[in-house]
Design a protein around this ligand. Sequence first.
Ligand code: C2E
Ligand code: MG
Ligand code: MG
Length: 581
Amino acid sequence: MDFGSFGEKPVRVLLIDRDRGEYTLIGQLLSSLGHDAYELTWCWQTEHAIEAIFSDLHDVVLLDYQSDPAAGQAILAKAVQMNCPVPIIVMTAEMDRNIDREAIRSGASDYLLKGRIDSQVLERTLRYAMERKIAEAKLARLAHYDPLTNVPNRILFRDRLSRVLERARRGQQTVALFFIDLDGFKQVNDTLGHEAGDELIRTVAERLSHCMRRSDSVARIGGDEFTVILEDVDTTSDIVNVARKAIDVISRPVMLGGQQVFVGASIGIAVFPEAGEDVDSLLKHADMAMYQAKGLRGSAYRFYTEKMNVEAMNQMYLEADLRRALRRGEFELYYQPRIALDGEQVAGVEALLRWNHPVRGIVSPADFIPLAEEVGLIVPLGYWVIHQACADMRAMDARNVDPIHIAVNLSFKQFADEKFAQTVGNIIDAAGIDARRLEFELTETAIMSSVEDIERCMQLIRELGPTFSLDDFGTGYSSFAHIQRLPIGALKIDRSFVKNVITTHDDATIVKAMISLAHNLGLKVIAEGAETGEQVDFLRDHACDQVQGYFFSRPLPFMDLLDKIQRTFFPATSAAASLTL
Ligand code: C2E
Ligand code: MG
Ligand code: MG
């Protein structure tokens, strides 16, 4: 067989051997085989061997087994365990017959006997090893991937799922398994022929793969059956969203032989660990749920466990309810005063959203803001809040209430709207208010989410007049360098610290540190959630600027707020008190 220099690129050989003599020898043998046919890299430090093997810079590895067989064995074992993509040839001493065989069993591609290597033997061994590795990879692909769609087949799917479950067991994570069956596939096959059917299957596989996260694994396990593994999912509503997205992409029209064809999908969902703890039971239960979904007029999803079906239904109702609420004007802003501790006067108020649900009564934002964020409703809802806060500011001015700040909470999702700054500007202009009295509260998570976009947007808004404060400070993660760079004027210490400031020494220390840290950064400090006089005294003693909490006032409907401000904090119109933050 002729192994002449086929292929244009030089073959990149990695030699792992402590012995310089060996490097010189192999180098000479390779260069005798043709000028640019081989490129030799030498790794003499065995502790760097694995790194070098996986560096993606080599086509084949020569590994010394003679001078330190144990080290060589360890490297080989590790490389094989890590699914080494390049062939490894071990170089042994002549008397080590057993070691040779052992090495091959452990995953080496071949072996060479040191002292018996000439250029021809070397070349043949290198080429054989490389060819075989390529053939192996092709075979492995055929065995594990569906040739029609190129997505994993049932075998690889089972293997992946069992690995994912192992990880999930260790990390106590949730895994969702989708069993997807197309609705109407048989008709396409029967009326348009198998080729059209194949094309449809290819399209579905492609669309499914595209709409999943990288970590989610799509597989084809039968004619028109697909599975998806969603690793590490948080909530039922996350799973529901993916299921809907999958149904949505599959239901889009497909062009087959010049015709638009529509198919649907039924999805059964089994969630680990509730619906099963191993591959077989999850698969069986997802399949059963799929049959139930089929019964629901098609293009539907069903969970295997009833509890999750109920959760998913509730979420659907809540979402529909939320959309209706916005149209019907069921939202209202409550306001909670912030009191300046130097004179005990109202320095501002925070607008807090309430939902006056026709059946459930007043719903707290904690119960609907996360869902509104998830389904994108937070954007229109957020604009409504800003708009209403501006209108209320005007109403206060009309009643000659002293000019105070109104703070509005923003969700990081609102920044995703490209026109956010511009729309805020329009709302402010339309309301004709003094924009400097508008303040936006952002959480640490929000400012850390997409650093550059947020910074640009904040600067734009800052130029319009509004200021920013950092909400729930201490509960998230944010870097001080970042806080300093952003146009933030105040920190709001989270309620969880203030709550224990009298009883817990650690929390008292933290609150003191936060106050001085904020002051060192030139920021005001507002403590949230003070409920007792002692807490307020502590905060005043440690130079906290403002306090917001039940001690002074709960959040109030707008009219009650006006009443309270005028009666309690500005008795007999103390018009002198013009407060700014
Ligand atoms: P937040 O911005 O940290 O608001 C302070 C929360 O603490 C409010 O809860 C308030 O009622 C509560 N609170 C104030 N003082 C005390 C106190 O002394 N003791 C106790 N136990 N609680 C106190 P609320 O109104 O339920 O709002 C919860 C969260 O919902 C807010 O936390 C904010 O993150 C979010 N939120 C409220 N309105 C909006 C909004 O319009 N848009 C957005 N994106 N989020 C909002
Ligand atoms: Mg807030
Ligand atoms: Mg807060």
